[in-house]
Write a protein that binds this ligand. Structure first.
Ligand code: ADP
Ligand code: MG
Length: 206
């Protein structure tokens, strides 16, 4: 069974709930190696996304992703807004004209999202950014044979990837200003990426 526009709206709502539930955690992670706004930025962004999805009910998965992208780009400041915005925009373009997304489409969307983040932020794996969650997620997702499996594999790998950012020294973003002192802390963007993917995976598993 594929993922329709309606299913995707359900997944985005779940992602917004997760971001709200983990707002303080993300603020605290960002306070240690950044400026403490990551949880607030994302919570505000996803609240605006929910409002935008209420206003106009997008009629294709691609249109849902595009609404998410444009809302995040316009409402979320900092590094993460444009990065997540670009990710959703590229994902939207990757599934253009599809009424329902199958596993290959979801994989294509995740791959495009990673491509967008890398094109925009120029981070490589190991730089202690959201790429450290998204890159292993995309690699693991390729083995999935259903939408639920693709997303479960992605979420599992993203969680491991986020955990693996703890010992790293940041080479991109605000945390890189701390140099060696950025080590021993989880990257907030890698954590939020793992949370978003877990929310999508849980909806797909229903
Ligand atoms: P800011 O750093 O501007 O305050 P946020 O706090 O919202 O923005 O987001 C910080 C997160 O953004 C970091 O934890 C990291 O995961 C991600 N990030 C920052 N710069 C980059 C980059 N160049 N490429 C990928 N991700 C990045
Ligand atoms: Mg910040």
């Amino acid at each position: 069974m594929g993922c329709t526009a309606e299913d995707l709206v359900t997944a985005i709502r779940a992602a917004a709930d997760t971001v709200a539930d983990h707002r303080v955690e993300l603020i605290q992670l960002d306070r240690v190696i950044g400026d403490g706004d990551h949880g607030e930025n994302l919570a505000r962004g996803f609240t605006a996304v929910l409002a935008a999805l209420e206003q106009s009910t997008p009629d294709s998965p691609s249109a849902v992703l595009k609404t998410v992208a444009s809302t995040l780009i316009s409402k979320v400041g900092g590094a993460a807004g444009p990065l997540y915005g670009t990710a959703f925009l590229r994902a939207s373009a990757a599934v253009k004209d599809k009424a329902e997304l199958g596993p290959a489409d979801v994989l294509a969307a995740l791959t495009a999202a990673l491509g967008g983040v890398v094109a925009r932020g120029k981070a490589e794996p190991g730089d202690k950014t959201m790429v450290d969650a998204l890159d292993p997620a995309v690699k693991a997702a390729a083995a999935g044979e259903s939408v639920a499996e693709v997303l479960a594999l992605a979420a599992d790998a993203a969680e491991k990837g986020a955990d693996a950012t703890v010992p790293l020294v940041a080479r991109k973003g605000r945390a890189s200003y701390l140099g060696e002192r950025s080590a021993d802390h989880m990257d907030p963007g890698a954590r939020s990426t793992s949370l978003l993917l877990r929310a999508f995976a849980e909806v797909a598993a229903r």
